[in-house]
Design a protein around this ligand. Structure first.
Ligand code: SF4
Length: 406
C-alpha cells in the first residue's frame, strides 16, 4: 500500500519564484516521456489511484493512458467528490474594456486589430451586474485588456466596490500589476486573481507577444505570487491550448500549480486549460496543437489525480456536449451565459439570455451559448448542485486531510 501524502508538504521551506524554478524544469523531457509512456507505467499510477509526481502525471496524459480513460475518470470523480462534494460553482465574466496596449497575435483585443474600442462606465458595470444577478449569479469575474490607466485611475477598484453589494464574490483578470497595486484591489474587495500564462513555451510566447508589457515572460509568470503577496487568497492559472504542444502546456500548468500550493499555501488555487477559439484579426488556433475532447477529459482527470484540492475551471469556449459530459469528472467551476464584449450583456434578452444583436467587439465567440438557467439545469441533471454563491471556505473540505490511496 502506498503512503498517504499531506497537502502542504514542506510548506515552511523557503521557496523562490516560479520563474526561477521553471528554468530548471525538464518539461520537454517530460512531454517526450509522456508520448512514449507504455501501459505498464500508466497502470502503476492507476493502481495507486493518485499521481504523486510530474512523471506520474506525464504517464496519465500519454497516448497509452487514453486506453484507460474510464478508470481515470472514475478516480477523478471519486477524488473530486471527496474534496469538493457534488457541486459546480457558476460564475459570469464581465468584460470591462477591450482597450489594450499589448500585441498578442491570437487575441481579438490586440492593439492593432481594427475593432470598436470601449471601456464601460462604472454605472454600466453596476447595471450589468444587476442583470447577471437576476440570472442567478453571485460570483463575478471582471475582465479587461491591459492598460496602465487601470492602475492609476482607480477605475477597477471602483468597479469592485460598486459591484460587491450585488455580487458577493468578485474576481479579476487584468494585465499583471505590482503587488502594491494589487493591494488596492484586495482592499476594494476582490478575492481572486486570474492570470493565464497563455503558453509556457518561451520561444512561442516571444513570437506571439511582440509589443507591450506582456512580452516579459517571467514577469507574467510570477504574477500570481505578487497577487498572493498583496493578499489574494484565490489564484487562478492556466494555458491557452492551441499555441504549443498541449502535453508540454499541461505539464507546465501542473508544475505551476504545485509551486503555488507550496509557496502560496494559504490560497486556493484553480487551473484552466481553455482550448482556443478563432479571434478577430483572422487568427486561427494551430490544429497541430489542439487536443481532442477525449484528450481534454483525460487531462482533467490526470490533473485531479495529481492535484486533488485544486479547482478546475471549464469555460464557455467548450461546446455543450463536452461541458455536459465533464460535470461529474473533476470540474469545479464553470462560466455560463457569457459575453466577451465590453457592455455585451446590455444586448441580452433577459428571458432567454441570448444576444439580441451582433457583438462586434467580442474577444472571441463562445461555443456554449446556453443560458445560465439551462447550464444550472444541466448540472442538476447529473445529481450535482449548481452553486451560484462562491464556496464558503468553511464548507470546503479541510485541505489538510490526507488523500488515501485507492
Ligand atoms: S490577450 Fe489580453 S493582453 Fe493580449 S491583446 Fe488580448 S486583452 Fe490584450
Amino acid at each position: 500500500m502506498s503512503t498517504p501524502r499531506k497537502y502542504h508538504e514542506c510548506q515552511d521551506a523557503p521557496v523562490g519564484t516560479f520563474s526561477e524554478a521553471f528554468a530548471r524544469l525538464p518539461l520537454e523531457r517530460l512531454a517526450e516521456q509522456s508520448r512514449q509512456a507504455d501501459l505498464a507505467r500508466v497502470d502503476a499510477v492507476l493502481r495507486r489511484g493518485q499521481a504523486r509526481t510530474l512523471e506520474d502525471f506525464a504517464a496519465l496524459i500519454s497516448p497509452a493512458a487514453g486506453e484507460r480513460i474510464e478508470q481515470m475518470a472514475a478516480h477523478s470523480q471519486r477524488i473530486t467528490q471527496r474534496f469538493f462534494g457534488k457541486a459546480v460553482r457558476l460564475f459570469a465574466p464581465m468584460y470591462l474594456s477591450n482597450e489594450c496596449v499589448n500585441v498578442c497575435k491570437y487575441c481579438g483585443f490586440s492593439r492593432h486589430n481594427d475593432i470598436p474600442r470601449i471601456t464601460i462606465p462604472v454605472s454600466k458595470v453596476v447595471e450589468q451586474a444587476e442583470r447577471l444577478a437576476r440570472q442567478g449569479f453571485r460570483s463575478l469575474l471582471l475582465v479587461a485588456g491591459e492598460h496602465p490607466k487601470w492602475v492609476s485611475n482607480g477605475y477597477v477598484a471602483e468597479c469592485i466596490k460598486r459591484t460587491l453589494p450585488i455580487m458577493p464574490a468578485v474576481s479579476i483578470e487584468l494585465g499583471p500589476m505590482e503587488a502594491p497595486d494589487y493591494a488596492h484591489l484586495v482592499e476594494a474587495g476582490a478575492e481572486a486573481l486570474l492570470v493565464y500564462q497563455e503558453t509556457y513555451y518561451q520561444p512561442t510566447y516571444e513570437e506571439l507577444h511582440t509589443a507591450g508589457p506582456k512580452k516579459y515572460f517571467a514577469w507574467r509568470m510570477d504574477t500570481p505570487e505578487r497577487g498572493y503577496e498583496a493578499g489574494f487568497r484565490r489564484l487562478g492559472i492556466g494555458a491557452l491550448l492551441g499555441l504549443h504542444d498541449w502535453r508540454y502546456e499541461a505539464l507546465a500548468v501542473a508544475a505551476h500549480a504545485q509551486h503555488l500550493l507550496r509557496k502560496c499555501w494559504k490560497a486556493q488555487v484553480s487551473v484552466s486549460l481553455p482550448r482556443m477559439r478563432p479571434a478577430a484579426g483572422g487568427w486561427q488556433p494551430n490544429t497541430d496543437y489542439l487536443m481532442s475532447d477525449r484528450e481534454l477529459v483525460q487531462t482533467i482527470a490526470a490533473l485531479r489525480m495529481l492535484l486533488p484540492h485544486v479547482g478546475i475551471t471549464i469555460s464557455t469556449r467548450e461546446p455543450p456536449s463536452l461541458r455536459n459530459g465533464i460535470v461529474p469528472l473533476g470540474v469545479t467551476l464553470m462560466s455560463a451565459g457569457a459575453s466577451t464584449e465590453p457592455g455585451g450583456y446590455d444586448h441580452f434578452d433577459e428571458n432567454q439570455w441570448t444576444p439580441t444583436k451582433e457583438q462586434p467587439g467580442e474577444q472571441f465567440h463562445i461555443a456554449d451559448e446556453r443560458s445560465p438557467a439551462q447550464i444550472a439545469a444541466m448540472i442538476r441533471s447529473h445529481g450535482y448542485e449548481a452553486v451560484w454563491k462562491d464556496f464558503d471556505q468553511a464548507l470546503v473540505t479541510d485541505p489538510s486531510r490526507e488523500l488515501a490511496p485507492a
